[in-house]
Design a binder for this molecule. Structure first.
Ligand code: NAP
Length: 343
């Protein structure tokens, strides 16, 4: 397959390119050239800017034909429209990487692709941090307008694995397997009770392989794309991390929402992946219905495999400046003392 990746050099895109090269695809990547190109001449690396208002814009894509475009770096409809319209006559399909954040209301578990998506009060806004979900939904519409039934909108949940720059899932790999990366940590690790709390995530490599399969098979449409609802819990995540760590792994100190909130731990970022029950509006955020993608072949590797590979990557990454927003070693000790579990 002749594949064009809009992006490709950071995290998910990087796994898309790695997987495509391993499959024997002919790969073009389009970036600003700020991140290094890890593949050298094995890819056709073109530089420019997705934003046509920033010179030289999309000029480097003026020529070429592709069987498929995979867009891992679109956030603003005006900018996504520029590439979708430019490529509609020269690319067979356009796979846009959207997000499960598109949904207007994630209070209930089991949302399918037909649930309502969020709307922008101001359709011209480009404030991605503030309106990430509704902007992604608007980008999906732009891609569908340009490509019709040749458009594929994939809505991933939390994407995890090596090269993840967000330090969310990686916190748990580090906390159990390489705690020294997080400072002078107590021998017990604060984890959010109850262990039955649902967890959904997708290894970037599983997502990348599946996206290439479905786009190569000529599929169109919209897909929720994360692990099956109900497959994993926080207890599974902790058990897998402790298993990878082996002898000497931190002892999990299961801690209730009340104490974590009293100690001003920031949901999702202070203790990554933790959403307290008080946040009723996101109660379904770890329980999306992904049956359509699973039926179309989306597979999930074992959590322990993702944790082990993430921990290996973290051990050789430059971690300077990482984990700025997570629970500090002192704050964690304070919580352990408060729950009587300091060891
Ligand atoms: N992380 C999650 O948990 C999660 C969950 C759901 C959905 N998603 C979505 O998944 C995607 C993952 O993104 P990623 O960062 O991993 O993708 P990526 O393709 O690996 O990295 C982003 C790429 O975009 C390029 N880029 C950035 N701005 C550009 C511009 N103006 N013009 C041209 N190239 C540009 C970057 O290179 P240069 O810097 O060199 O330009 C880089 O190659 C995103 O669409 C995100 O919304 C993520």
């Amino acid at each position: 397959m002749r594949l064009l990746v809009l992006g490709g050099t950071r995290f998910l895109g990087r796994h898309v390119v790695d997987t495509a090269l391993a499959r024997g695809d002919d790969v073009t990547v389009f970036t600003r050239g700020r991140q290094p190109n890890p593949w050298g001449s094995r890819v056709d690396a073109r530089n420019g800017n997705r934003d046509p208002a920033v010179a030289p814009g999309l000029a480097a894509l003026a020529e070429g034909e592709w069987d498929a475009v995979v867009d891992t770096s679109g956030y603003v409809p005006r900018i996504v429209r520029a590439s979708a319209e430019l490529l509609a006559s020269r690319a067979g399909r356009y796979l846009f990487v959207s997000s499960l954040s598109v949904y207007a209301n994630a209070a209930e578990p089991g949302l399918t692709e037909s649930a309502e998506v969020g709307a922008l009060a101001d359709p011209a806004t480009e404030e991605v941090a503030k309106h990430y979900g509704p902007l992604k939904a608007a980008c999906e519409r732009v891609v569908s307008d340009a490509f019709g039934d040749r458009a594929l909108n994939v809505r991933p949940g939390l994407i995890v694995g090596p090269h993840d720059p967000t330090d969310r899932f990686g916190y748990w790999a580090a906390r159990f397997v390489h705690p020294h990366l997080l400072g002078d940590r107590a021998p017990a690790a604060v984890v959010p009770a109850p262990p039955e709390r649902p967890v959904q995530c997708i290894d970037a490599r599983d997502l990348a392989a599946w996206m290439l399969d479905v786009v190569a098979a000529g599929q169109g449409g919209v897909y929720n794309a994360t692990s099956p609802a109900g497959q994993w819990t926080f207890g599974d995540l902790v058990a897998a991390a402790a298993g990878v760590a082996g002898i000497g792994a931190p002892r999990p100190a299961w801690t209730g929402d009340d104490l974590l909130l009293e100690k001003k731990v920031e949901p999702w970022t202070g203790l990554p992946l933790w959403l307290p029950a008080t946040m009723a509006d996101v109660a379904g955020f770890m329980a999306f219905d992904c049956a359509k993608a699973q039926a179309a072949g989306l597979a999930t590797r074992a959590l322990a495999a993702t944790i082990a590979d993430t921990a290996r990557w973290l051990a050789q990454r430059d971690n300077a400046g990482a984990w700025k927003d997570v629970l500090s070693a002192d704050a964690e000790r304070d919580i352990l003392a408060a729950r009587g579990a300091a060891a």
